[in-house]
Design a protein around this ligand. Structure first.
Ligand SMILES: [Zn+2]
Length: 321
């Protein structure tokens, strides 16, 4: 069998909208730039981190392993240019997930700050790449280093049980990870979110703050308030479409067809509702939000929202007479 014979047949997708792409990466595979004043952001095109460069040292926000040693290079590059110390003194965790925190160990014995739940989850996970935070908080925490101020806030579970809001009030910036993928749709199941109502609410909460720049933790560029509004529209359209499909798809044929195989009836019905709800969203957002035309992404996100409407909100629930 030749390589050509065994190669999987891969689908084509529409081109990524220019607006979804960020700046070119350098030879080391990263891009670093100023957000505002002494706040900087780093991307590898897929993941993002940020740091404050102060006279008392560097405060790092997240340490994605895909950026990895380029975090150090980016900090060194900027602090040399700004004539500031390059020592990382603090590392703030947005949440416990390894894809945003797995390069934490590279920075050794720094002060790690995170939510109390982040500490609990990192102790549970016991991953040497992600030491648990020493400084924790439950609702709010103000961090001041070298004259720069950061406000950390917890508004309940959303994407993860411990995901926090990182606000830079003096830098006109909000950092909110794994909620809005700037210019792109969420990946599977609402960005693999554990608490759907919390996830749906999170952009609204973010919009209550004053900011111009939005760091989403993903992909190649900084977001604007318009980007968050576009994400909210995509999600609101799915919610509306899910309600409509729940109200219009008749479950009877699926359960009649499969009889005692109850799960076949359930699967047939839920798949039909999901496909009916997702189809107009895929059509509307293809070419508007990158990857909207990858069926599994919008479809699984729609499935998550449908299940939340059923299970969290009681939608479609009927009590046996
Ligand atoms: Zn995450």
């Amino acid at each position: 069998m030749s390589a050509r014979d065994s190669a999987p047949a891969l689908p084509d997708y529409v081109p990524v909208p220019e607006s979804a792409l960020g700046p070119e990466l350098n030879a080391n595979g990263y891009f670093v730039d100023r957000v505002q004043d002494n706040l900087f952001w780093v991307t590898d095109g897929t993941y993002q981190a940020a740091f404050l460069a102060t006279t008392d040292g560097v405060v790092l926000f997240d340490a994605p392993p895909t950026i990895g040693h380029n975090l150090r290079r980016a900090v060194d590059e900027i602090t040399a240019a700004e004539d500031l110390p390059n020592k990382v003194t603090h590392l703030v965790y947005s949440h416990h997930h390894a894809d945003h925190a797995g390069a934490s160990y590279l920075f050794g014995d720094v002060i790690r700050i995170g939510h109390a739940e982040t500490q609990r989850l990192l102790r549970r996970d016991n991953d040497r790449a992600r030491p648990a935070p020493d400084v924790i908080f439950d609702e709010n925490y103000t961090l001041e280093v070298g004259g720069s101020r950061v406000e950390l806030a917890y508004h309940g579970p959303n994407h993860s049980p411990d995901n926090i809001y990182v606000q830079f009030p003096d830098h006109d910036t909000m950092m909110q990870i794994d909620i809005v993928n700037i210019g792109w749709v969420p990946i599977y199941n609402l960005n693999l979110s554990e608490d759907v109502p919390g996830y749906l609410d999170a952009p609204d909460r973010a919009m209550e703050y004053s900011w111009t720049h939005y760091l989403s933790g993903h992909l190649g560029r900084i977001g604007t308030r318009e980007d968050v509004v576009l994400h909210q529209q995509y999600i609101a359209d799915i919610v509306d479409s899910a309600h409509a499909a729940l109200g219009s798809v008749d479950p009877t044929p699926y359960f009649v067809r499969y009889g005692e195989n109850a799960w076949a009836g359930v699967a047939g019905y839920l798949d039909a509702v999901t496909d009916q709800a997702a189809a107009p969203i895929i059509a509307k957002y293809t070419g508007v939000l990158a990857a909207a035309d990858i069926p599994a992404l919008t479809t699984t996100t729609t499935f998550s929202i449908l299940q939340s409407i059923r299970l969290d909100l009681g939608g479609g629930s009927q009590v046996h007479p």
